[in-house]
Structures are given as C-alpha cells and as structure tokens.
Design a protein around this ligand. Structure first.
Ligand code: NAI
Length: 216
C-alpha cells in the first residue's frame, strides 16, 4: 500500500493511524487475524466509512465481504508510520522524566535506540543508564556534528527547552520530541512533536467538573 502521489494527507488522518495500529496489535495478541470492517469500527470507535476513507489515502485496504487481514493491515500501517526502520535517538535533560524514558524498555524493543544523553547537572554527568553515559550538554554541538541523529528528546525544564531545540535544529536533528511545557519553534528541516502532559490532565479536570460536556 503506497501513499497516493501528490495528495497531502491530513494531520487528523495521520494522528488516527497509531490508534488503528494499537488496536490491530491487540487483535494479533489475541490471535485474531481477520476482522470485518463493522467489527473493527465498533472496536476502534470510528465509523467503517471513516476507517475506509483514512486507509484510502494510502491506496486502500480490505476486501468487500472479507474485511481486513489484521496482520497485513498492522504491518502496512507500521510501514506508513515509518516503524519498519530503527531510529537513532538522543535525550537532553536526564532528570525524572528523562530517566524514565531512557529506562523504558519498550522504546528500545520498538526500534528507538538511545545513543547519547546530555545534562547540565554535574551530578548526572558520567552516570550510565542502560549502558549509555550521560554527557555534559556542552558537547551537544560536537556530538551532533559527528553523528546523524533522527530524534532528539527534550526533557529539560521549560526555560532551557528552546535553546536545546535551536541547537538540535542547527545540528541537523530530523525530529524533536519535546516534553517541556512550552511551545518551542524549530527551523530548517526539523519536525517538532510536543507532548504536553499537563494539557491532557487539565482537560481531564475540566471534564470531571463538567461531565455534561463529556463525549467519550
Ligand atoms: P527534572 O528537573 O527532574 O529534570 C530536568 C533535567 O534537565 C535536569 O536533570 C536538569 O539538570 C536538566 N537540564 C536543565 N537545563 C538543561 C540544559 N540547558 N541542558 C541540559 N540539561 C538541562 O524535571 P522532570 O520532572 O524530569 O521534567 C522534565 C521536563 O518535562 C520539564 O519541563 C517538565 O515540566 C516536563 N514534564 C515532566 C513530567 C514528569 O512526569 N516528570 C510530566 C510532564 C512534563
């Protein structure tokens, strides 16, 4: 299944793909290898036509009267998301969250290889996490000039995040995964994806206080 030439896929479609893949993975774990479009739509919570339209962006999938081949769809969505490749990752800010990510085994199993970590705190520099030594952030530029990095994770405090992002962009990092609660900007060819966990919990607190507005 190839992306149709010259059509720009909407952000909303791309953001639904990981969810499709997650459900398909659960089905595979339950040894379910074929699913009707109706059952898949009930499971995921999108209409069958929505799922079909989304997948049609990539050339279509499923067969009338057969439904979906779970393994094939899972693999194809993985390829679309680029999960058939490994990614070289660096992490800047090796505090609570940085260490949790660096120790997250699933991350390594799914092809994200943390090659280097950087911090500014002398107490952390020299520490080894999962076999990778934390380096002084002073060496970030030098490291980036010698290594091709796919993903730079930012887990510093918010005051340092833009500076780190700028240095990553200059160093040719392809994508930044930012956890600092600030809207940073990127330039050049670098892509930015921010995870604002506090936005998510603040949405939750709104709905706890306004359950009448909640649409599951
Ligand atoms: P932390 O204070 O434990 O770790 C931050 C680390 O960044 C420290 O080790 C610090 O030395 C390092 N750092 C600061 N400036 C730096 C620089 N210029 N270069 C390199 N390293 C630098 O904080 P924590 O809890 O790990 O959070 C990290 C970021 O993620 C924060 O922005 C926080 O708001 C955000 N966050 C954390 C969550 C959590 O569950 N801990 C949840 C959501 C967001």
């Amino acid at each position: 299944m190839n992306k149709k030439q010259s059509i720009k896929i909407s952000n909303a479609v791309i953001r639904r793909l990981p969810k499709y893949r997650r459900y398909l993975e659960d089905l595979l774990n339950k040894k379910i290898y074929r699913i009707s479009s109706k059952d898949l739509s009930e499971l995921i919570g999108f209409t069958a036509s929505q799922i079909r339209q989304d997948l049609n962006n990539f050339g279509g999938f499923g067969q009338q009267g057969y439904g979906y081949n779970v393994k094939e769809l899972y693999n194809e969505i993985g390829k679309i998301l680029g999960l058939d490749s490994a990614y070289i990752v660096i992490l800047v800010g090796v505090g609570n969250l940085g260490q949790a990510l660096a120790n997250y085994a699933h991350f390594y199993k799914t092809g994200f290889i943390v090659n280097a970590m950087f911090d500014i705190n002398p107490k952390l520099i020299g520490l080894r996490i999962n076999g990778v030594e934390v380096m002084d952030v002073e060496y970030l530029e030098e490291y980036l000039s010698q290594n091709d990095i796919d993903i730079g994770i930012i887990c510093t405090n918010k005051e340092s995040a833009q500076d780190i992002a700028t240095r990553m962009c200059k160093g040719g990092v392809k994508g930044i995964w930012n956890f600092a609660p600030i809207d940073i900007s990127v330039f050049g060819n670098t892509i930015l994806e921010s995870v604002h966990l506090s936005d998510s919990i603040h949405t939750l607190t709104y709905y706890i206080n306004h359950p009448e507005d909640y649409n599951a």
